[in-house]
Write a protein that binds this ligand. Structure first.
Ligand SMILES: C[S@@+](CC[C@H](N)C(=O)[O-])C[C@H]1O[C@@H](n2cnc3c(N)ncnc32)[C@H](O)[C@@H]1O
Length: 274
């Protein structure tokens, strides 16, 4: 049943410490890649909650806004979606969708206000992820749903490459990228830890679902990785990759024979006790 009160979230200063630094002009392309890669999985899971007309939803770290927009269409005409981000420049308001600059770690959050709270690939980046999770849990009305969609990048082997050296280069690129995120405060294995963290946050009916897929040159996940070789170029070079190696790993991923396992994507749902 939808909650009755329009939630209010404080509008506050931008946050700090996020590895991608969303002022970068590359961020829009990153959000497009993420939507193409992950929206089918995310929306199928969200639909299973029964989200419908009248619900009040909170999309934390909404990025390019594809999920917030999908939710706004589901809850129309009487529901409302609040889309927050520390840097909401890629988000647009529309009827039933409001946009707020908000840091999920530091800024005040209303309590008991939302039927559904969702965040994808946000908490993994935040050293204070448990604090943010507690705030998101408190923001739910009794019986309300939390869904976290998060990577576990500790798994994701190459399965087939044009040569052994090409496969090894791809895996070195993944390792340098993983180290870069850890150095920036991220938890690469957060996806497999999210269910336990949600239970410790007081949620019940926890339901973690892992997703894996085979990647090839045309996979949206590979488009995201190729994009990251540009977006994160300076950090990858600081981590030991050369520009020539980044160009080569792009060729490896574009090769028609290339196959790799995706990382594991966990979609975890839980509910606030009634
Ligand atoms: C990897 S992007 C994911 C975007 C979107 N959730 C998606 O999956 O397409 C992470 C997003 O979280 C936002 N973000 C980072 N730190 C945040 C914080 N402390 N509070 C709110 N949003 C944050 C970033 O600005 C960025 O838009």
């Amino acid at each position: 049943m939808p909650s009755q009160h329009a939630p209010t979230i404080a509008v506050a200063d931008p946050g700090e410490g996020y590895a991608f630094g969303d002022d970068h002009s590359q961020a829009a392309e990153q959000h497009r890649c993420l939507a193409a890669y992950l929206d089918p999985m995310t929306t199928a899971r969200l639909a299973a909650t029964g989200v419908t007309d009248g619900w009040r939803c909170l999309e934390v770290g909404a990025g390019g806004g594809s999920i917030a927009t999908w939710l706004a269409e589901r809850v129309a005409p009487t529901g409302e979606v609040t889309a927050t981000d520390v840097n909401p420049v890629h988000l647009s308001e529309r009827p039933g969708l409001r946009v707020l600059r908000h840091n999920v770690v530091h800024d005040p959050m209303p309590e008991g206000a939302f039927d559904l709270v969702h965040a994808r690939l946000v908490l993994r980046h935040l050293p204070e992820r448990q604090t943010a999770l507690a705030a998101m849990t408190r923001a739910l009305r009794p019986g309300g749903w939390l869904q976290l969609d998060e990577f576990d990048i500790d798994y994701g082997p190459v399965l087939l490459a044009p040569s052994r050296a090409a496969g090894a280069l791809y895996e070195r690129f993944l390792a340098v990228k993983a180290r870069m995120f850890v150095d920036a405060g991220a938890d690469g294995g957060w996806g497999r830890r999210a269910a336990t963290a949600m239970r410790e946050s007081g949620l019940v009916d926890i339901d973690p679902v892992p997703h894996l897929m085979t990647w090839h040159a045309d996979s949206p996940g590979v488009h995201l990785l190729i994009h990251l070789t540009h977006h994160l170029r300076d950090r990858l070079v600081a981590g030991g990759m050369t520009d020539a190696e980044l160009a080569e790993v792009r060729q490896v991923m574009r090769h028609p024979e290339f196959r790799a396992s995706s990382c594991v994507i966990y979609s975890v749902q839980g509910r606030r006790p009634r």
